[in-house]
Write a protein of this length. Sequence first.
Length: 282
Amino acid sequence: MPLRVPRLRTTPLPGLPLPGPVRLRYYVLWKPFGVLARFGSDESRPTLDCHVPLPGLFPVGRMDAETEGLLLLTDDPGLCRSLARSASLEPRLWLAQVDGAPTPEALESLRHGPDLRTRSALPLEVRAIPEPDLPARPVPIRHRLKTPTRWLELRVFEGWSRHVRRLTAAVGHPTLRLLQWGLGPVDLAEMAPGQLRELTPDEVHWAEQVASETLERKAASPGRDWRGERLARQGRVLHREEHTGRNSAFGGGKPDQGARPGQVTGRKRSVPAAPKPRKKGR
């Protein structure tokens, strides 16, 4: 039986279609009171699965169950990384109902960022407002006849665990009801609790710019020198080591009084100077 010689293909293979651009999704949800800001099953409290029927999305930022309002949902990891930083360029607008009537001195202390025991808060914008037209909460707040309540509008430039609640409690007015109304150009206008909507083209353009962190965006909206403002309120000035980012614990500052000549010491341990090379004899 003669051997079969393979013949070369004269017709080219059909070209494979190039993958198209991936379309990222951006949504905003008015998270109701008592809903956990995560997906998955939970026996004690409802989760986002009850209000978001779309798979593959994840929430941006932190929000406890007692906090209501704006919650971004996306499948863009760059947007999550940019907005998850403790301090960002995007302002967050909060509406807080506090216990008692804050005095102008309390508002001024809150405006400059009260000093907490664990960390220092950045300056923020705050003003007293009339009671907003919001839907009633399923679980009403406690009502006391002799203690009034007031509404505050806070515009903050950072976000961490129970941020606004800890700030208002630090000035003597605990937060009774808290709602995030806006984040950047996105707000909850014409929405209801539990409603989900897709971002508009302008809002999507903003989200893409935040996710990309382009140099043009940083130059157009430069951030404030929050660290310098915080130290100025404390009556301190940035040292050279703090400007350059060097650690003054080792090799910086003045040597200790008990140090030997040629020896540089730090706060906890001393770093001896390098020995001089010996001269060779003739």
